[in-house]
Each structure stands twice: as structure tokens, then as C-alpha cells.
Design a protein around this ligand. Sequence first.
Ligand code: RIB
Ligand code: CA
Length: 311
Amino acid sequence: MKKIILFADPGIDDSIAIMYALLNPEIEVLAIVSSYGNVDKEQATENIAYLLELADRTDVHIIGGTNAPLSGEIPKFYPEIHGQEGLGPIRPPEDLSFELTNFSKIYDIIENNKDVTIVDVGRNTSLASLFLLGENLTDAVQEFYIMGGAFMVPGNVTPSAEANFYGDPTASHLVMTNFDNLYIVPLNVSNKAIVTMEHILAILEMTNHPLVQIMDEVMKYYIDAYKKLVPGIEGAPLHDVVTLSLMVNPDMGRTIRREVEVLTSGEGKGTSIADFRVSSTPSEKNSNIYLEVDYEMFLKDFMKVMSSAGK
Ligand code: RIB
Ligand code: CA
């Protein structure tokens, strides 16, 4: 059983990742940290609250994260991929009631729970803030799973940069260079985690759990967006879900231990770099980059977790 604090910016694949985490018996969600990214922080927070309500899990803390990158630049959002409100065509109800917990709660949770894993599937600003606030998390947190970067494949926002690292490259660089026990799930792996409408409809036939009920509309929007972006693609990649799936099934992929740097300015802003030459050596700290994932295993795990909802 993995006890996690999930940092997210829902966003469609973040929302499916939240559903997956809540429904997976191998994962205990202690808190969700809400930050800007695919949508602004207020919208991300409402989306998390809505998903927790549908899951009947309003006991999970929603922690207020950051509004903007460390550079102070105004963030760019992505309604063409995630919808105006981040859930495709779906809008959380206006009368949603929830409480936003203070950022410092993260320290309490880490202190009161042994072996917490932090999973960050959004811009790394909130995670980097934990470091900037001066607490040493390296010993207290078991491991950090980060969805971000692109190694030996093109980026998805610039020719070489992936969206999470591009959104706040200073924060990502800080996390990559100062945190230990890192497991990085980059685009070269997450792009392969493609889920189609056929998979979603098969899940819907097996469960009528309220959380899963909104998946077809949400995923249809996301898949249609990807079909415009990537001609010939049959579904859409669930970047944030495969990160969680690898966390509970680490043998589903292959990693290499290397230091990672993130370029913070210029044409290559947000680009992730690691040395993969045959002459290169493993990083001194425990910093692991996923290079491959077993797609069939991922799909099996995703279908199993989602379709067993409510059973
Ligand atoms: O590049 C993929 C990442 O960017 C995912 O976390 C997705 O949610 C988007 O923000
Ligand atoms: Ca995300």
C-alpha cells in the first residue's frame, strides 16, 4: 500500500489520475495539492473537490498550492486540450462546498505518516516551494514520482520541452538537482500510455460508479483534442495515470539512474537533459528516469482498477 500526497493541476489526465488513485486499493490518498497548470488554481481546486465528492471521499485534504511559476510570469492554460474548466465539457456544480487546507499541512502529513510518497503530475512550483521553505524532505519522504520531461523524443509544447517542465523550468530544475529518490516519468514513456474510447466504454459497461460515469464525456473531449494534435492517433495518452500506475507497479517499466538538468532559459527552455552516452555513469543520488513501459501491463492495470470501482 502506497500512502501518497498527489500534486495535480486537473486537467483531464490529472482528473483520470485522481480517479485511478482513489479507486486503487494499493493507494491511500492522504491529500491532493491543487496548483495552476492546465487550468488556474481556483478551477483546479473546484475540479478536485468535485471528483472527491463524486467519490464520496470528502475526507481527503485539498491543499492550496501555487498560482504561478517562480519566475512570476503569467501562466498559459490549455482549454483546447482540457476544456474551459479542465474537465472537457463538464462543469463542476456551482453549489460545491469544500475547504482548502493550508500548505503547511503537508509537513504535518509527512511527519505523522511513515513512508509517504509524493507524486507530482503538474508544474513543479508547489513541490519546489517545499524545498524553498527550507525543510529537508529527503529523509522524510520515501520517494518522489514526477511526470515531466522528454528524453530522446520531441517535446509537446516546444520542439524539445514537455509541458510540466516548460511551465516552470526553474522549479523543475530545482527539484531535479536538490531532491533525492526521484522517479521521473517523461514523455518518452507517458506518450505510450494511450487509452481509446473503446477502453472507456468497456469500463463503463462494468461499473456504474459515479466517478467513472463522467469519464466518457471527459475522455471524448481529450481524445478529440489529441486527434487534432497527432494525426492518426487512436486514443489519448494518460501521462498522469501511467505515473501512478508505475508507482504501484515499478517493474512495469525500465529505468536508468542518471542526473537530470532542466534548461531554464533561451530557446531550449524547459528541455530536460541527461547523459545517456555509453561512457556515462549513474548519478550519485537515487535519480531514476523511466525509459520504457510495458503498454499491455499498463492497460491491464488501468482497466482493472477503473472497472472494479464500487465492487
Ligand atoms: O506533458 C504532459 C503533462 O502536461 C501532463 O501532466 C498533463 O496534465 C499536462 O499538463
Ligand atoms: Ca498534469
